[in-house]
Design a protein around this ligand. Structure first.
Ligand SMILES: Nc1ncnc2c1ncn2[C@@H]1O[C@H](COP(=O)(O)OP(=O)(O)OP(=O)(O)O)[C@@H](O)[C@H]1O
Ligand SMILES: [Mg+2]
Length: 298
């Protein structure tokens, strides 16, 4: 069983937080259903683990329609996206994950599909237009700034997911714990949030690890002492920093201002780990600052 998927909310109403986004989406869904039309295209941006895929899947569930997920990082050219496009059925959803990774030639091809349902194949002079059934494209990205405005403005519904409050993250833990038949008290939940960089995905991962630890130690209730022991086990310090965070901070301190590429080569951390996992929390804490010349400690 895939527990990460088991913990994913199914319907929009099951999501915690992001109230404005969810309320507006519910209105758009209801009104397009009343008119018997397709939902307009949706553009979702937000940090990794913030709920973009969850919202895409929940929209498909609300509409009770099939969804195709395309990982744009795996699309290298027009040929590699065609199998997805020819499978599009009327009123279905096409989820473009990591939209920022889509090559420009493919993005240009998609423009006419998204806008007018026409897939233009062939070279200039010999273009063949294939009709694609009307459907909803949902784009997801962690880096909306890198996407051309000409593409972005084809998406009528644009939403930027917001950071989660501690209360919302504790609520996610509570819901996930009940799905896993775990009993966890409030102070333990709060501490679990602190070691999970205020990120819904990491919060669930920490909870799953806690569940495993409790199981092998024959514990039925999770309290703060359990989380303290898990912190020792995972090498998380009193500032809730793990080994990667400490390595990152020590490297920035020594080489500041320093760019991501240099940090990757100095630390052996991947650039995704640096920009998507380590830095968002340190920026939130105001411990680091991004300047034109690179990252610096505050
Ligand atoms: N609003 C939410 N309420 C409850 N759980 C959530 C919420 N957002 C995310 N989660 C949990 O966090 C996990 C990660 O979310 P998701 O996969 O949607 O993130 P993402 O924004 O698509 O990340 P990435 O950019 O890495 O693809 C989900 O499986 C779900 O369990
Ligand atoms: Mg995703």
């Amino acid at each position: 069983m895939n527990y990460s998927n088991e913990l994913r909310p199914v319907k929009l109403g099951d999501l915690i937080g992001q109230k404005k986004v969810i309320d507006r989406l519910k209105i758009s869904i209801k009104s397009c259903q009343q008119r018997g039309e397709c939902l307009p295209h949706v553009f979702l941006s937000g940090f990794s683990g913030s709920g973009k895929t969850t919202i895409g899947l929940a929209i498909a569930n609300e509409l009770d329609t099939p969804i195709q997920i395309i990982n744009c990082a795996a699309i290298s050219d027009v040929k590699s996206i065609l199998p997805f496009l020819i499978k599009i059925t009327a009123n279905s959803i096409i989820f473009l994950d990591e939209m920022q990774a889509l090559p420009k030639t493919v993005a240009n091809l998609l423009l006419s599909v998204i806008e007018s349902g026409k897939l233009n194949l062939g070279k200039s002079g010999h273009v063949m237009a294939v009709e694609i059934p009307q459907s909803t494209f949902i784009a997801a990205t962690t880096n909306p700034g890198s996407i051309l405005e000409t593409i972005k403005n084809r998406f009528l519904l644009q939403y930027q997911l917001q950071p989660y409050t501690q209360t919302e993250l504790c609520e996610i833990i509570k819901k996930s714990a009940s799905k896993l038949n775990l009993i966890i008290d409030d102070t333990a939940s709060m501490k679990l949030v602190c070691i999970s960089k205020s990120n819904p995905r990491l919060v669930n991962h920490s909870l799953l690890f806690t569940r495993d630890w409790a199981a092998v130690n024959n514990l039925s209730n999770i309290d703060i002492s359990t989380i303290d022991e898990i912190m020792v086990l995972l090498d998380i310090d009193k500032d809730y920093l793990d080994a990667n965070d400490r390595l990152y901070l020590a490297t920035v301190k020594k080489h500041q201002p320093v760019g991501v590429r240099t940090l990757v080569s100095l630390t052996n951390l991947s650039s995704d780990t640096i920009t998507e996992i380590i830095e968002p929390e340190l920026l939130r804490r105001n411990w680091i600052v991004k300047t034109k010349k690179g990252r610096k400690l505050v």
